[in-house]
Design a protein around this ligand. Structure first.
Ligand code: 9MJ
Length: 681
């Protein structure tokens, strides 16, 4: 027995030593280098693990353990400052239940007195204590370990939202104010752009950037950094002004601080009960990504100072306050593998297959890796321990590997040079981020995606035709291209697995209903590369008819505000493909139509196949309108006169193009003749 116990203790000792070593390594990166390698949540997890082991085996707890040091480290560069009133930390809550428990505890401690709560966003920055003597800022100190901090007065003086002198002369002789220094998101982004441009390392997050900026030995560097401060507590106060003594509630004190020129978060609210606290939390969480600064939760504080005193403290945290933290947005997990997905346009997208991990409030198993360059830049390898980030509703992403945990024998990942679905060659065009399967619509993956897109809500809006059903239909060989949708029979659909007769009928009806659409939806539904909803609408409005769009040259297409040379090229390429023309004919033949649009046999149009040049200025009709009309009548509109030109329309002050047309003996019309032609058309 005794030896078993010893073995167990030795194991725990090893575990504790490993944890200490890891925590010291990460604390160094975090506090001294401002360059953390793992997410905070992971650091906290290691820390809690060590705490638990030390509690279970008190003999193994040593004074050099990171658990024996609360808060940050004290840097040697800066003068030390003893906080006359310690700077507190906050207890954390992670669930509604813990907030109800907190309220219950307060209720007990206050012996059922009524109490109000002040709710504040929990800023993710650095806690700072400012000291004003006779209204003048004389000292600014970091929190340090809560008892002793670093003197960063020179640096804090450069922050615009920290007044060097208080306003309204009714302040106390000595006023210590505590708050958070942070870097707004916009400033952080710009700073990192500058860092990268100068060949310096980007900061991992705004808090690290704020910490790094504040610990500069040269305050000119701090001055160039976009820092701000919000105040949320008092420290030492001496010699209150008779006209304006310190208020008796937290909410009034915050107003008083504003009266003296200090900044306070505009989001702070006074609340009356627990339910309102939960609503406040949810509301702030929803707006989190829209706030101009990072927050990692909300803080609830008892409003009355007398009640705060009655509730008291446990070790270094007040009993009268609690931080309700948001779920961590970053976590670490293992990259099990990389799948390659094939999109509608053949683009190959590497997708990380992750060991399931709870992050940002959900369990994440996949995350996009975007493309080869991203994988190379981040040096992500299969087998790595990776940081996964899920912020708000944004799709999860892999931030990068934790290099200190990289296993041996990993290799850089290279995307396959063949399509994993159809085996066609995958090509990467110069200047493009993604490589693409060259299989086109031979590739079942591309076909499925094209059909899903065609049926989607903003395209043909075929109700009930979801992704799974499209996959079933393609796999059953019932549809090869989008036009086959309109040939499906009730019998074929009913025969599919998990398809009831009523659903089959509804689907047939939905397909039928989709036949009446708009020109812009139809163009969007075709899935032409780079032609999104807005471009489709712009094309429809400009050209008015499908025929005009089909016949437009790249040059003409670029007349549309939304269309540049690349998009124009994609459109022309799309319509030039025989396969696409066939599908279009079948779709229109199936009865797809839209109001106020006429479809003519393009060969029968009066200007079919003729190249027309417009020159000089038109007096009656807008130039673009004339151009659209010409296209509608089947013309190809060009900007230069050549032997191929069939007709030149010469407005007023026509110059060299008219002369050239006359030399070449090309038919010439004036504006009146053109209008006559349009009337006939
Ligand atoms: C933050 N970080 O925004 C406190 N805090 O109060 C707010 N921190 C705090 N309050 C007492 N809003 C100790 C810390």
């Amino acid at each position: 027995m005794a030896s078993e116990k010893m073995t167990e203790e030795n194991n725990v000792r090893d575990q504790i030593n490993i944890l200490k070593e890891q925590l010291n390594y990460h604390a160094h990166r975090y506090y001294l280098l401002d360059d953390p390698e793992i997410p905070d949540a992971e650091y906290d997890r290691l820390f809690r693990r060590l705490e638990t082991l030390e509690q279970q085996y008190p003999d193994l707890a040593t004074l050099d353990s990171p658990t024996q040091r609360v808060g940050g480290q004290i840097l040697e560069h800066f003068k030390q400052v003893a906080h006359q009133i310690p700077m507190l930390s906050l207890s954390n809550a992670f669930s509604e239940q813990e907030i109800f428990d907190f309220a219950q505890r307060i209720d007990d401690l206050l012996e059922h007195e009524n109490f109000n709560i002040v709710a504040e966003p929990k800023l993710d920055g650095l806690a700072i204590s400012l000291r004003y003597e006779q209204g003048i800022l004389v000292q600014a100190a970091t929190r340090g370990d809560g008892q002793t901090g670093e003197d960063v007065t020179q640096n804090v003086r450069t922050i615009q939202s920290v007044p060097l002198k208080l306003i309204n002369n009714d302040y106390p002789q000595v006023l210590e104010v505590r708050g958070e220094i942070f870097m707004p998101k916009g400033g952080f982004k710009k700073l990192n752009e500058i860092q990268l441009k100068n060949g310096d390392k980007a900061f991992a997050n705004p808090r690290n950037a704020a910490a790094g900026s504040l610990r500069q030995l040269d305050s000119r560097v701090t001055a160039s950094r976009p820092l701000a401060m919000y105040c949320y507590a008092l420290g030492l106060v001496e010699g209150e002004h008779a006209d304006n003594p310190i208020k008796t509630t937290h909410s009034d004190i915050l107003q008083q601080l504003q009266h003296w020129g200090l900044s306070v978060s505009p989001e702070i609210k006074r609340l009356e009960n627990c339910q309102q606290c939960i609503v406040y939390y949810q509301n702030i969480m929803q707006r989190r990504s829209d706030l101009p600064y990072e927050i990692d939760g909300v803080v609830f504080k008892v409003d009355s100072i007398a009640q705060q005193q009655k509730a008291g403290f446990i070790s270094r945290a007040p009993r009268w306050a609690i931080a309700y933290k948001f779920p961590a947005e970053e976590a670490i997990t293992r990259l099990m593998g990389i799948d390659v997905q094939v999109g509608r346009t053949g683009a190959l997208t590497p997708v990380a297959r992750l060991k399931p991990v709870f992050v940002g409030g959900v369990t994440v198993t996949n995350a996009t890796l975007h493309n080869q360059d991203e994988i190379d830049r981040k040096d992500i390898r299969i087998g790595d321990t990776v940081i996964v980030r899920r912020a708000g509703d944004v799709i999860p992403e892999v931030v990068g590997p934790v290099l200190s945990r990289r296993p041996e024998n990993t290799a850089p990942y290279i995307l396959p040079d063949h399509c994993p679905v159809c085996g066609s060659v995958a090509e990467r065009v110069d200047g493009e981020a993604k490589s693409r399967c060259t299989g086109g619509l031979y590739c079942p993956a591309q076909r499925k995606e094209a059909i899903k897109h065609f049926a989607s809500r903003k395209a043909m809006d075929i109700d009930g035709l979801g992704d799974k059903l499209v996959e079933q239909l393609v796999e059953a060989g019932l549809i090869h291209d989008v036009s086959n949708l309109y040939q499906l029979s009730l019998k074929q659909i009913s025969a599919l697995e998990r398809m009831g007769p009523k659903s089959a009928e509804n689907l047939i009806q939905a397909i039928e209903n989709s036949k009446l659409t708009t020109l812009s939806r139809f163009i969007y539904a075709l899935g032409i590369r780079e032609v999104g909803e807005a471009t489709a609408l712009a094309l429809a409005n400009y050209f008015k008819t499908l025929t005009a769009i089909q016949l437009a040259t790249e040059e003409e297409l670029q007349e549309v505000a939304d269309v540049g040379p690349i998009v124009a090229h994609h459109i022309v390429t799309f319509f030039a493909q025989t396969h696409n023309q066939e599908v279009l004919t079948k779709l229109l033949g199936a009865g797809i139509h839209w109001p106020k649009i006429f479809i003519k046999d393009k060969d029968a149009l009066p200007l079919a196949g003729k190249t027309v040049v417009l020159t000089g200025s038109l007096a009656v009709m807008a130039r673009n309108e004339a151009k659209a009309k010409l296209i509608e009548l089947g013309a190809k509109v060009s900007s230069s006169v050549s032997k191929k030109t069939a007709l030149v329309i010469a407005g007023e002050k026509a110059g060299s193009k008219l002369t050239k047309a006359q030399e070449l003996g090309i038919e010439i019309m004036d504006e009146a003749q053109m209008l006559e032609l349009f009337n006939q058309g």
